[in-house]
Structure formats: C-alpha cells, structure tokens
Design a binder for this molecule. Structure first.
Ligand SMILES: [Zn+2]
Length: 82
C-alpha cells in the first residue's frame, strides 16, 4: 500500500490567499503627524516625500518601511493554470 502524497502544510495555503504589500510611514518634520501610504519605487528611510504635510505644509520624511501580509480580497483563478 503506497502512501498518498502528503499535502503541503496549511501555511502554504494561507500564503496563496494572501499578498504582501509594502507600506511607508511618513512623519512630518514640523508637526510630527504621521501618515502611511503605499511604497513607491525609490523610497528609503529619511527620504523627503514629494508631497508636503497636509496639516501644516511641512516636509514629510519616510520614517519607516514595512511589509504587511493582507488577505486577497478577490479570489482569482490559479495563476499557474494556462
Ligand atoms: Zn505637519
């Protein structure tokens, strides 16, 4: 009697239904308010953002870059299928 192939751990399944997004935390130099936005190419820590603070017009600096695992909203058909 041969054993069936052991399916991958559920962790793998989770990953299929999730995606990684990169977020950037901006901090205003003047009023220290924070805001987050999506990561753009070329962003790095301490980089001055193109847009000024919407509260005081001060310069926003990239304070933190982090990735977040979020569930995919719309279940798409398998990418591998062709
Ligand atoms: Zn500000």
């Amino acid at each position: 009697m041969s054993l069936p192939m052991i399916p991958s751990v559920s962790d793998d399944k989770l990953k299929r239904n999730q995606k990684e997004i990169i977020q950037v935390v901006l901090e205003c130099q003047s009023c220290h308010s924070e805001r987050a936005r999506d990561f753009n190419d070329g962003d790095f820590i301490y980089k001055a953002d193109e847009k000024p603070c919407d509260k005081c017009g001060g310069t926003l600096f990239v304070r933190q870059i982090y990735s977040e695992i979020v569930p995919k909203k719309k279940a798409k058909a398998k990418k591998e299928s062709h």
